[in-house]
Design a protein around this ligand. Structure first.
Ligand SMILES: O=P(O)(O)OC[C@H]1O[C@H](OP(=O)(O)OP(=O)(O)O)[C@H](O)[C@@H]1O
Ligand code: HPA
Length: 250
């Protein structure tokens, strides 16, 4: 039987060893969306990294199974997404709409990286940032009732180029509801960036324009993603242990 290290190594080689190919999108490990945009597809059997290879807060000892996407990898991918967004949107003005709470960390890091590019290039993307809060999860389940806070203030989006920044598209219900709502304000353009997209059956939305990673159908926490408000203060994206789920279950 392969050791955990061997499994990680072979997964890592498979994960990192592919090329993005638009012509070969069906077979490629890198998923190609409706435009010329590709993202990293993490396979179903990706085991993650052993916890003792990284640091994480002591208060979550025993609550985690593995580090699924390390913080440094998130940062590197975000840097590339920032470049893609800047290349596509050129020197237009955009309103970045951050979807709280889960999207706050990704949004802050993405905006910061676009700002770095702005300082170092001839063209720059003028950004203003706005926030909206949507909430529907209890434990690891999407609830029928979706609360939207801050929806009234979205009239500022009329006629604007809007970049929605989300942490994760899971069932797609949150994004679907938000897109329908924003369209009523008649923005000029809507683009969506999501750090994660989950491979789930019956997802109710088209894919975002910019995706960090496509992940299997499992519940992840950290990097502002929570389980009943816990784990947002974890810098890596991790998978919880059964003990962790029990400890914080409502
Ligand atoms: O695609 P979906 O199944 O709709 O799930 C995605 C949404 O779920 C989470 O929000 P949540 O409702 O947990 O609120 P939070 O952002 O405050 O954690 C996450 O931040 C996304 O906004
Ligand atoms: O996997 C997830 N983790 C945290 N929050 C979420 N909201 C939807 N899916 C998830």
């Amino acid at each position: 039987m392969a050791s955990f290290q061997d499994a990680v190594k072979s997964r890592y080689e498979m994960w990192g060893g592919t090329q993005c190919s638009l012509k070969n999108s069906e077979q490629s490990n890198l998923y190609v969306t409706n435009m010329n945009i590709c993202h990293q597809q993490i396979p179903d059997d990706w085991p993650g990294y052993r916890l003792d290879l990284f640091t994480y807060p002591k208060h979550y000892s025993g609550d985690l199974d593995c580090v699924y996407i390390p913080h440094g990898v998130i940062m590197d991918r975000t840097e590339r997404l920032a470049r893609d967004i800047k290349d596509d949107l050129g020197d237009q003005d955009i309103v970045v709409l951050c979807v709280l709470k889960g999207g706050h960390q990704f949004c802050a890091d993405l905006v910061e990286r676009i700002q770095v590019l702005n300082r170092n290039s001839k063209r720059s993307l003028l950004m203003t940032v706005d926030f909206i809060r949507l909430k529907s999860y209890l434990n690891d389940q999407s609830m029928p009732d979706l609360q939207m806070i801050g929806a009234e203030s979205l009239s500022v989006l009329a006629g604007k180029n809007v970049l929605i920044v989300e942490a994760i598209v899971d069932t797609g219900k949150t994004l679907h509801t938000l897109l329908s709502h924003i369209q009523t304000f008649k923005p000029k353009l809507i683009k969506v960036a999501s750090l994660l997209v989950k491979r789930v059956p019956n997802q109710s939305v088209c894919l975002p324009d910019y995706v960090g990673f496509e992940i299997p159908n499992l519940f992840v926490v950290g990097y502002a993603l929570d389980y009943n408000e816990y784990f947002r203060d974890l810098n890596h994206i991790c998978v919880m242990s059964e003990d962790g789920k029990q400890k914080y279950r409502l």
